[in-house]
Design a protein around this ligand. Structure first.
Ligand SMILES: Cc1cc2nc3c(=O)[nH]c(=O)nc-3n(C[C@H](O)[C@H](O)[C@H](O)COP(=O)(O)OP(=O)(O)OC[C@H]3O[C@@H](n4cnc5c(N)ncnc54)[C@H](O)[C@@H]3O)c2cc1C
Length: 500
């Protein structure tokens, strides 16, 4: 196994793979002078990116313009976004779509050959580029096809980043765990890119992959990077009401096509909460649903998609139709769908500058793991795939600058001591205290319980992936609750009854 690389990228979602593809377009790579390693905890396609449904936002339609997309992003983020970053990302969006098309992504077109752009909650115009209701799957597969052609790139699947240390020579020693053959290995690199995705594993119900356990937050925090706004968790208003940790998502695009939220009497209710009705930003819709759930006797409300033209359902939402039938036997063209808000997206994360670099020089965070300033206190729908590819592109010059030509693995890195903790215990604490509606008492109780778990846990006798993930969750949970306690006002997705 080669032990030194110029750049190590951790994660194979849109963040990791587009960073790799942009690197492959640089002259230093083309001259054969750049060695890159891609590490992935699971299979290449086991990502949240694969599950993205609605699409990716970018201005294109006549009548739409950058100012409108910028304003929609700022309104959703409760004007706490970094306006310069919002402008930079939105202004780049048409070029980023061109890059995806160049890499093989096939966005849906209308019969007249024009791209079929959809409208989602919080967007003032139709600007969502999509592929049916499985946009992420097409993006993921296209990027995987493209990276498979690359030379000078080593790819390790089923290999988890478990520790990292910065050396005095401005390099990183990183430690990996081979999840299939159960051995630990070390590498050295000049630049380390964390593209490790979200933190859905912290919650009992999430739309995320089960492997979204906050590993990047854990490693970045250990290395001394700044972690910001971790309590800004977006709940998706319409997760399918079903058993298990992972809740199937019913894309906002369904409501964009006319589906309506209804209570147990089959009455619409969004008019009581916001003039934008069912297409108000997600935080408002999620809180409205929570309020309706508290008023009625059912643990869920309904989404009524029966009025949508059957041709639209079959052409735009074939997968949602199939999944609702396979999972709950529901025919969405004839029956109401039971839905609840579920954890969906982490708006905060590892703080980065406009080039994706953290406070630790040489350490980058790209994609959902990062806090770039784009989302502020709430993410506008379909802005996260955009953010990931945007920062992948913005990072390339800084990533390829000042590479250390003498990479020698001459110091060791200790293996983490893992505590024996249960994922389900952490999920229960976080779900009951750091959900859509928080309180000071709940947050203080959560912090007490998490610190008690940490102080009383015994050490694990041996290293395992699930123990490692549980430790990442515990540390991330503590950071999240601390951030929630530090918030001084309600904004965007953050809502604490004691701050009203
Ligand atoms: C159901 C669903 C629908 C969504 N729909 C949309 C949408 O329509 N539009 C939109 O913009 N956004 C959407 N999102 C959000 C968006 O998909 C994600 O924010 C985005 O895909 C994140 O990309 P990423 O590259 O940051 O992470 P991911 O795609 O989640 O990839 C993370 C990668 O990191 C790897 N990894 C993690 N930890 C380690 C470790 N320790 N060692 C090695 N590898 C590691 C994982 O194995 C994985 O390869 C949706 C999310 C979900 C869950």
């Amino acid at each position: 196994m080669k032990q030194s690389y110029d750049i190590v990228i951790v994660g194979s979602g849109i963040g990791g793979l587009s960073t790799l593809l942009y690197l492959s377009e640089t002259s230093i790579y083309k001259e054969g002078k750049l060695s890159i390693c891609l590490l992935v905890k699971g299979a290449l396609n086991q990502t949240n990116t694969s599950w993205a449904q609605g699409g990716i936002a970018a201005v294109k339609a006549l009548g739409d313009n950058f100012e409108k997309h910028i304003n929609d992003t700022l309104v959703a983020g409760a004007f706490t976004n970094d306006k310069k970053i919002v402008e930079k990302v939105v202004n780049s969006s048409p070029d980023l779509i061109e890059d995806l098309i160049k890499w093989g992504v096939q966005f849906d077109k209308k019969n007249n050959g024009e791209f079929d752009l959809a409208k989602e909650g919080g967007h003032s115009d139709a600007r969502i580029w999509h592929k049916e209701d499985q946009t992420g799957k097409d993006i993921q597969l296209s990027l995987i096809n493209k990276i498979n052609d690359l030379a000078n790139v080593t790819i390790y699947e089923f290999t988890t980043l478990i520790n990292a240390k910065k050396t005095t020579k401005n390099t990183f020693i990183i430690q990996l765990f081979d999840n299939k053959n159960f051995f630990v290995n070390n590498l050295i690199c000049s630049k380390l890119v964390l593209a490790t995705g979200g933190i859905g594993g912290l919650f009992e119900k999430s739309t995320n992959q089960q492997n979204a356990t906050g590993d990047g937050i854990y490693i970045a925090n250990k290395l001394g990077a700044t972690i910001e706004n971790l309590s800004f968790i977006q709940f998706h208003p319409t997760g399918l009401y079903q058993e298990g940790n992972v809740s199937f998502l019913l894309s906002e695009a369904l409501r964009g096509s006319g589906a309506q939220l209804k209570n147990e009497k089959e009455e619409v209710f969004m008019y009581k909460y916001d003039e934008r009705l069912d297409l108000a930003p997600r935080d408002i819709v999620s809180r409205a649903i929570t309020s309706e759930i508290n008023l009625q006797k059912l643990p869920h409300i309904y989404l009524d998609a029966t009025k949508i033209d059957p041709i639209i359902i079959d052409t735009h939402f074939p997968n949602i139709k199939k999944e609702c039938f396979d999972r709950l036997g529901i025919n969405i063209q004839k029956e109401l769908i039971p839905v609840v808000p579920v954890q969906h997206y982490s708006c905060g994360g590892v703080k980065v500058n406009e080039y994706g670099e953290t406070a630790v020089s040489g350490l980058f965070a790209i994609g959902e793991v990062a806090a770039t300033g784009l989302h502020g206190a709430n993410r506008l729908a379909s802005n996260s795939l955009l953010e990931a590819i945007a920062f992948a592109k913005f990072s390339i010059q800084a990533l390829t600058n000042n590479l250390n030509p003498h990479l020698l693995l001459d110091t060791d890195i200790e293996t983490n001591t893992l505590l024996k903790v249960e994922k389900s215990e952490i999920q229960k604490i976080i779900s009951s205290t750091a959900g859509i509606v928080k309180s000071n008492e709940g947050l203080n109780k959560a912090m007490y319980q998490l610190l008690e778990i940490k102080s009383k846990a015994i050490e694990c006798a041996e290293f395992s992936l699930s123990n490692y993930e549980a430790n990442c969750l515990l540390e991330t949970a503590i950071l999240l609750i601390q951030d929630a306690i530090n918030q001084k006002e309600n904004k965007g997705v953050y809502f604490n009854v004691d701050l009203i």
